[in-house]
Ligand binder design. Sequence first.
Ligand code: NAD
Length: 290
Amino acid sequence: MSRTVAFIGLGHMGGPMAANLHKAGHRVRGYDLAVTPGPGLEPAASAPDAVAGADVVVTMLPEGRHVLGLYDEILQVASPGTLFVDCSTIDVADARTAHERAATAGMRALDAPVSGGVVGAEAGTLTFMAGGGEAEFAEARPLLEAMGKKAVHCGGPGAGQAAKMCNNMILGVSMIAVSEAFVLAESLGLSHQALYDVASTASGQCWALSVNCPVPGPVPASPANRDYRPGFAAALMAKDLGLAANAAKAGGVNTELGLKAAEVYTAYAERVGMTEDFSGIVRTIREKSA
Ligand code: NAD
């Protein structure tokens, strides 16, 4: 069924996601503060203009404060019962506030952050992790599947963001562990390939090693082979670990390694920002080693 979608936030991720919705036959009204909507999208003059008459509102914005600020602007304009799908990566607490504000305004909502990066957004192979009601997930599903290869309903409001930050905390910690192991191997005279051949088929196996391997050679497609051009930028990893750290502190959870990883990636991202893949952390570890 073709829907009328207001798509707000047409940056690195939102631009190609909106294009894929259009390709799948939906009518897409696009708005961004700084980016002109791409081919096939109907340009809107403002966020409220994009939302007027839309069945579904998709947002892909930098942070929670942008999402909540925008919701304050558009919730009053949308038709009652409009489905608001926020795909941005934001705090679980902000996501729950967004759900509450949508409900108070007579709207329905889903948090649906993504994994897969710009490459996945362009290819339409993102994974969505959604939080909200069954009916809302069922209604959003065809749209999510037009932008991605997989959509998982993780639970109630905020559960999508919770899944995203828990997954990325595993990823951040495991990338540091894999990188430390490679630098330790170097000092022990063990080759990268030998460590890879053992660990990738033994109990050290993980995505950070076998897909995004932080040293050049063993996995030809990994960012290490192109001087750490992202991939998944260090600044985005630092942001996601910061969200996990906030949630851990709020819940009184003892995520010692998660907090340490947030610290390590924040310092690294201050130097390289969006220019390096997060696997470039291996160079920092090497530099700091005697
Ligand atoms: P981006 O900065 O490229 O795009 C965000 C866009 O939002 C910008 O074009 C900006 O102008 C626009 N914007 C901000 N406030 C607005 C408002 N009030 N109204 C209209 N437009 C507004 O960021 P991105 O890389 O596309 O990331 C978007 C979200 O996706 C972030 O939450 C990020 O953490 C998450 N994410 C990014 C990646 C990635 O690889 N880039 C991967 C997974 C998740």
